[in-house]
Design a protein around this ligand. Structure first.
Ligand code: BES
Ligand code: MN
Ligand code: ZN
Length: 506
């Protein structure tokens, strides 16, 4: 969890006496600077040609800072960070540059072990909401997972930024609200990354269940856990089949936030596969350890639910995380086995490594029947094929609904989690045809990410639904300054934004 103190104060940059004063600098169209304190400070440095204000560029200065207004600065260090141009009118691009600049500041803080800083809002060209985006990048970039590392006595320790002051000239109340929203979402991303960083022996289905129960208690929403016996009674043959080879009990974790006035419900489903060995269709040893990340969809849904429960929106939200690991044993699921999903659809197992769809199918079918949601969204590290298709920069999704697709694509772009729609089609579904059951669980090499989506499609009926395959974006995301190496927490913010922006009847 983030334990940071963030305050918004009406204070001049010259009155700040702390460790680091950050001044964002926007490059105007002619390559110069926007007017303000930065311009005055930078005038003397212009001759060096080292700092142009381009995106993510940083310049760290130590006192004395100069003459005039600069002479009255009281901070211990000063950091200029470039924002690039105005984004050529592309709002989303400008917002992304602000987050990137924030991530660059986090990297500088790490290098200088800065624990306390001030962001200068309004002293240059930044508006309040723009400052909060800079803060978002800073908070997202300031992440590390040190739980299993013994501190080195010879290395000075650094545990991240502790105190952030936002120096505003006006609009303090609005900025406080805005920064609180950003901080909640960033904390949720950290939660999702922490869960993902935990190894397979540190984060099991039971850990998901315990976390959800605790969250529900803290934030006063309801939580129910379907145990193995419950799943058997309900006929959830998909998740049970995947769990068959494991010594860890499976859990179907369900969180339910339902406000009195709500007429609509969003169903979120996240794949919580805590380790995917592939099962009897065993994965190659090389890179297998990355399969501890196969629970990133579940982590994103659970972390987003934390913000949703805290913010208490008008729309109801149900989160379901089907969770188990996928292991090998004498009792494990075998190729050729036939399973029966919740609701009665049967499937022939061609590969025990195509296990994610088996859990998701039960969870989607059950969630849709029980909660009759207005729409359903599932998020899963589902196929290697998605990595081949879109790599690590965009997350592909498939949907049976045009409006939901447009909403997701535009929110994703706005929050720096870009989503790209891919097709669903009866023609792909044919690849799943089985001789002995309703379907088989693999559709061959061609368009593996689409056939996986078609498998799920069978379980959603006419409910507007989108399937986000985060296999490429959940870790090794990009070289983004605000997404450190390791799990990205991708999907947390777009889910939060979807709920925040939800309007009934639309
Ligand atoms: N969890 C994997 C998908 C995956 C692979 C995510 C690599 C991230 C990186 C999933 O369970 C899986 O193994 N899918 C198979 C499906 C195939 C057998 C049809 C795959 O993509 O190879
Ligand atoms: Mn698998
Ligand atoms: Zn998997």
């Amino acid at each position: 969890m983030l334990e940071k103190q963030i305050s918004v104060v009406k204070k001049a940059a010259t009155a700040y006496k702390g460790e680091l004063l950050v001044i964002p600098v926007m490059q105007d169209n002619s390559g110069g600077y926007m007017p303000g304190l930065a311009a005055e400070l930078l005038a003397g440095l212009a001759g060096y040609g080292e700092f142009s204000g381009k995106s993510e560029q940083c310049l760290l200065l130590y006192p004395p800072f100069g003459t005039g207004l600069a002479a009255s600065l009281r901070c211990r260090r000063l950091l200029f960070v470039g924002l690039g141009g105005a984004g050529d009118g592309d709002r989303d691009l400008l917002h992304e540059r602000l987050r990137l600049a924030g991530g660059a500041v986090a990297a500088q803080c790490k290098a200088a072990r800065v624990e306390e800083l001030a962001l200068c809002a309004g002293c240059d060209a930044l508006s309040g909401p723009q400052t909060s985006l800079l803060l978002e990048g800073l908070l997202l970039g300031d992440y590390r997972f040190l739980k299993y590392k013994t501190p080195d006595p010879d290395e000075p320790s650094y545990d991240g930024i502790k105190t952030i002051e936002i120096l505003a000239a006006r609009g303090v109340a609005a900025l406080k609200r805005e920064t609180a929203r950003v901080a909640r979402a960033a904390a949720a991303v950290h939660v999702a990354r922490d869960m993902a960083n935990e190894p397979g022996n540190g984060w099991t289905a039971s850990h998901f269940a315990r976390y959800a129960e605790d969250l529900a208690r803290r934030l006063d929403i309801s939580c129910s856990i379907l145990e193995k016996e419950d799943m058997a009674a309900l006929g959830m043959g998909g998740i049970l089949a995947v769990n068959q080879g494991s010594l860890q009990p499976p859990k179907m974790v369900i969180l339910h936030y339902y406000p009195d006035q709500a007429t609509e419900t969003i169903l979120l489903v996240g794949k919580g596969l805590t380790f995917d060995s592939g099962g009897i269709s065993l994965k190659p040893a090389q890179g297998m350890m990355d399969m501890k990340y196969d629970m990133c969809g579940g982590a994103a849904v659970l972390a987003a639910m934390e913000v949703i429960a805290a913010e208490r929106p008008q729309v109801g939200v149900v989160a379901i995380i089907p969770s188990t690991d996928n292991m090998v044993s004498g009792g494990a699921l075998k190729p050729g086995d036939v399973i029966t999903h919740y609701g009665g659809v049967t499937a022939e197992i061609e590969s025990t490594d195509a296990e994610g769809r088996l859990l998701l199918a039960d969870a989607l079918a059950y969630g849709i029947e029980k909660y009759a949601p207005t729409c359903a969204i599932d998020m899963a590290t589902l196929t290697g094929s998605m990595i081949f298709a879109l790599g690590h920069h965009y997350c592909g999704f498939m949907s049976n609904d045009q409006r939901l697709s447009e909403k997701l694509a535009s929110l994703g772009r706005a929050c720096g989690e870009p989503l790209w729609r891919m097709p669903l089609d009866e023609a792909y579904k044919k690849q799943l045809k089985s001789e002995v059951a309703d379907m088989k669980n693999t559709g061959g090499k061609a368009a593996g990410c689409v056939t996986a989506a078609e498998y799920l499609h069978r379980f959603v009926g006419t409910t507007p639904w989108a399937h986000l395959d985060i296999a490429g974006t959940a870790w090794n995301f990009t070289e983004k300054s605000y997404v450190p190496k390791g799990p990205s927490g991708f999907g947390v913010r777009v889910l939060i934004e979807l709920v925040r922006n939800w309007q009934a009847g639309q």
